[in-house]
Design a protein around this ligand. Structure first.
Ligand code: INI
Length: 157
């Protein structure tokens, strides 16, 4: 019989750090609201949620790295919005923030969740921050709870 390890969606007793960028703040706030609401509804205490604002998505990984290295958090959730502008700048920000968030998780072993939306237009970003296409902040919070529990159930494996 296969031994199956999976993370449940109960957040009781877990501590989460959320890093959110102020650039495109309207969207960031909606993602943050979605994440916090989801964590609370899954049993996480308000006092166990710590929010850190960065200027932009580019600064999210270095901030998440500090949180992950601190050993205080069961998972770190990264939230932000990168929307195509007039210049290619946005492409660098998008690729560096994605690579950086992955690097934080891989190098620290702390679940580090990518909840940064990358879109062509503001309208698409709004759709993914609580309008037509759900809320990416909620998805990120669910992934954080699941991985925190999965890693706990894996123990020292
Ligand atoms: N930061 C974002 O979070 N989203 C964007 O869409 C964006 N664009 O398009 O430029 C953006 N740029 C700022 C960047 O994240 C840094 O804060 C800035 O370059 C200073 O390092």
């Amino acid at each position: 019989m296969a031994k199956i390890c999976e993370g449940h969606l109960i957040g009781t007793g877990k501590v989460f750090g959320i890093v959110v960028s102020r650039f495109n703040e309207l969207i960031g706030r909606k993602l943050l609201e979605g994440s916090i609401d989801c964590l609370i509804r899954h049993g996480v205490r308000n006092d166990d949620i710590f929010v850190f604002w960065t200027p932009g998505a580019y600064e999210i990984p270095i901030t998440a790295m500090r949180l992950a290295r601190s050993g205080k958090y069961h998972a770190v959730i990264c939230l932000g919005a990168i929307i195509r502008g007039e210049t290619p700048h946005y492409e660098y920000v998008a690729s560096e923030s994605a690579k950086g968030v992955a690097e934080v998780g891989l190098s620290t072993g702390v679940p580090t969740i990518y909840g940064i939306i990358v879109t062509e237009t503001l309208e698409h970003a709004i759709d993914r921050a609580g309008a037509r296409d759900g809320n990416k902040g909620v998805e990120a919070a669910l992934a954080a709870i699941e991985l925190a529990n999965l890693f706990e159930s894996m123990g020292k494996q």
